[in-house]
Design a protein around this ligand. Structure first.
Ligand code: 5AD
Ligand code: SF4
Length: 469
C-alpha cells in the first residue's frame, strides 16, 4: 500500500507516524537533458509524481528520488549522464542507513537505448524507464520501494498521454506564460544518422480533442504562447471530432481560436512534410509566429542522399521560396551536421553555399556522432575529428554572423513582445520576440503575460534591448 493513501485517509494520526511524515515530504529532483520534448516529458513526469505525493525540488541533496531525463542524440549527451550518475551514486551512498534513502531513476532516450546496461554500468540506479512508459512511473516506483530494480522500456500499447495526469492549474501558472505541448512523438523517416526512430519509436499523433483540451487548460491558466512539439511535428495527422483526418495546418487554425492563446509555434519539422495547408497557415494565422525551424542538415545532394533525407538542396530552397511567399517576414532556423561519413570539402562547401543563400536567423550545428545501431555508423569513410572540428568552426562563424545580422536588422523597428519573466538584473523584465529572441525591457513596460509593442534599441549576443513604443 502506498503511504500517501494513509496520509489522506487518516489525517488525524498522520503526524504521529514518522514513516508517513517522510512519505508526505517526498521530494523529486529531475534533471533534463536534450530537446524540448524532454523538457515537456519532465514536466509530465513531475505531474504524475505529484499525484503520487512527490513535490519537486531544485536541490538534489534533499531529494528522495533523483530522475535523470536523458538524451541520446549525440555522444557527449550519454557520457554526461554516466558521469552524473557517478556523482549521484556517492550522494546516495552517504544517505544509506539514514532512514531517508535516495532512489535513482534514469528516464529518456538513453534509458530506452541502453536499458539494463545502465544498471550494469551504474548499479546504484534503481529504475530505468523509457519515454513510452512514463504513465507507469508511480507503479514502477511502488515496486522499486518494495526492493526491486526495474527496467521498463517496452513500447506500451496504451496511450501514455491519456494516462498521464494533467498538471494542476497552480503548477501551470508557476511554469509561466509559454508552454510546450507534445502533439506527435516518434519518427518514421530513418535518417541514417539519427537514433530517434529507435529511442522514440514510430510516429504516433495525439488526437485533436486531446490536444485542444490540453491547450485550453494551458490558456485558462494564463499561458499565452504554446509550442507544439514532435520529433517530426509537421507529419502530425490526427483524428478530428468527426473522424476526419486533420493535418497540422488545420490543427493550428483550431488552436488559434482558443481565447487567450495569442501565439503558436511548432517544432521540429521535416522538409518533406511541409504541405500546402501548413504553408497557408503561415499566411492566414496571425497567431502563428513568423519563425520556422526547418532542418536541412547538409547542402550537398550526395550527402543528403546518404543521410536518407529524401530531398535535394534545390527542393529545400524551392520550399523556402513558397514559405516566404506565404509569409514574407518569416525567419528561418535550421540544424546542420558536419562530417557525415564520406563528406568531402566540396560537400561541405555546398552546405556553406546553402547557408549563404538561405540566410538563417538562428541555427544549430553539430559534428557527426556515430550512433550505434544506425546505418550511418557502419558507413565507410568516417571523417577525422580534426576535420569535423575545423568545418564546424567555419560553419558556426557564418551562422553566428547571420544571426547577429538578423538581430541588428531589427534595431529601430517596432515589434510585438510577450513579457515572460523578471530580468536577471533588477529593474528589467525579459520578453520574447516573434523570432524567439529574448527582449530586455524596463520592468514597468508591462506585466508578465502582456504582449506589448516595443522599439528595438540595440542587440546583445542573442538578445535584443528595447523600449516601450
Ligand atoms: N550526430 C550529430 N548530430 C545529430 N543530430 C541528430 N543525430 C545526430 C548525430 N548522430 C542533429 C541533427 C538533428 C538535431 C536534433 O541533432 O541536426 O536535426
Ligand atoms: Fe535527444 Fe532525440 Fe531523445 Fe530528444 S528525442 S532527448 S533530441 S535523442
Amino acid at each position: 500500500m502506498d503511504l500517501n493513501t494513509i496520509e489522506s485517509d487518516e489525517i488525524g494520526t498522520v503526524a504521529e507516524l514518522p514513516a508517513a511524515r517522510a512519505a508526505a515530504a517526498k521530494k523529486v529532483f529531475v534533471k533534463t537533458y536534450g530537446c524540448q520534448m524532454n523538457v515537456y516529458d519532465s514536466q509530465r513526469m513531475t505531474d504524475a509524481l505529484a499525484a503520487d505525493g512527490y513535490t519537486a525540488t531544485d536541490a538534489m541533496a534533499e531529494a528522495d528520488l533523483v530522475l535523470l531525463n536523458t538524451c541520446h542524440i549525440r555522444e557527449k549527451a550519454a557520457e554526461k549522464v554516466y558521469s552524473e550518475l557517478g556523482r549521484i551514486r556517492d550522494m546516495k551512498a552517504e544517505r544509506a542507513g539514514s532512514g531517508r534513502e535516495m532512489l535513482i531513476g534514469v528516464a529518456g532516450c538513453v534509458a530506452q537505448a541502453e536499458g539494463a546496461e545502465i544498471i550494469r554500468r551504474s548499479p546504484a540506479v534503481d529504475l530505468v524507464i523509457g519515454p513510452q512508459t512514463y504513465h507507469r512511473l508511480p507503479d514502477v516506483l511502488a515496486r522499486v520501494r518494495g526492493g526491486e530494480k526495474i527496467v521498463e522500456t517496452e513500447y506500451a500499447i496504451e496511450d501514455k498521454f491519456e494516462h498521464l495526469p494533467q498538471p494542476k492549474r497552480a503548477e501551470v501558472i508557476k511554469r509561466g506564460v509559454t508552454a510546450f505541448l507534445t502533439v506527435q512523438e516518434g519518427c518514421d523517416k530513418f535518417c541514417t544518422f539519427c537514433v530517434v526512430p529507435y529511442t522514440r519509436g514510430s510516429e504516433v499523433s495525439r488526437p485533436v480533442a486531446q490536444i485542444v483540451a490540453e491547450a485550453e487548460r494551458l490558456a485558462d491558466a494564463g499561458v499565452r504562447e504554446v509550442t507544439l512539439l514532435g520529433q517530426n511535428v509537421n507529419a502530425w495527422h490526427g483524428q478530428g471530432d468527426n473522424g476526419e483526418e486533420w493535418g497540422l495546418g488545420r490543427l493550428l487554425s483550431r488552436l488559434a481560436e482558443i481565447p487567450g492563446l495569442a501565439r503558436l509555434r511548432y517544432t521540429t519539422s521535416h522538409p518533406r512534410d511541409m504541405d500546402d495547408e501548413l504553408i497557408s497557415a503561415h499566411r492566414d494565422l496571425a497567431a502563428l509566429m513568423p519563425y520556422l525551424h526547418l532542418p536541412v542538415q547538409s547542402g550537398s545532394d550526395r550527402i543528403l542522399k546518404a543521410m536518407n533525407r529524401r530531398h535535394t538542396a534545390r527542393d529545400y530552397l524551392g520550399l523556402l521560396d513558397r514559405i516566404r511567399a506565404a509569409r514574407p517576414d518569416i525567419a528561418l532556423s535550421g540544424d546542420f551536421i558536419v562530417g557525415f561519413p564520406g563528406e568531402t570539402e566540396a560537400d561541405f562547401e555546398a552546405t556553406m553555399d546553402l547557408v549563404r543563400q538561405v540566410n538563417y536567423a538562428s541555427a544549430f550545428s553539430f559534428k557527426y556522432s556515430p550512433r550505434p545501431g544506425t546505418p550511418g555508423a557502419d558507413m565507410p569513410d568516417h571523417v577525422p575529428e580534426a576535420v569535423k572540428d575545423e568545418r564546424l568552426q567555419r560553419l558556426q562563424a557564418l551562422l553566428l554572423k547571420q544571426q547577429q545580422d538578423f538581430g541588428s536588422s531589427l534595431v529601430g523597428r517596432t515589434i510585438d513582445t510577450l513579457i515572460e519573466k523578471p530580468g536577471r538584473q533588477a529593474g528589467q523584465k525579459v520578453g520574447r520576440s516573434p523570432w524567439l529572441q529574448p527582449v530586455i525591457v524596463d520592468e514597468n513596460a508591462g506585466e508578465i503575460g502582456d504582449i506589448i509593442k516595443v522599439r528595438i534599441t540595440g542587440t546583445g549576443y542573442n538578445s535584443l534591448f528595447a523600449e516601450l513604443a
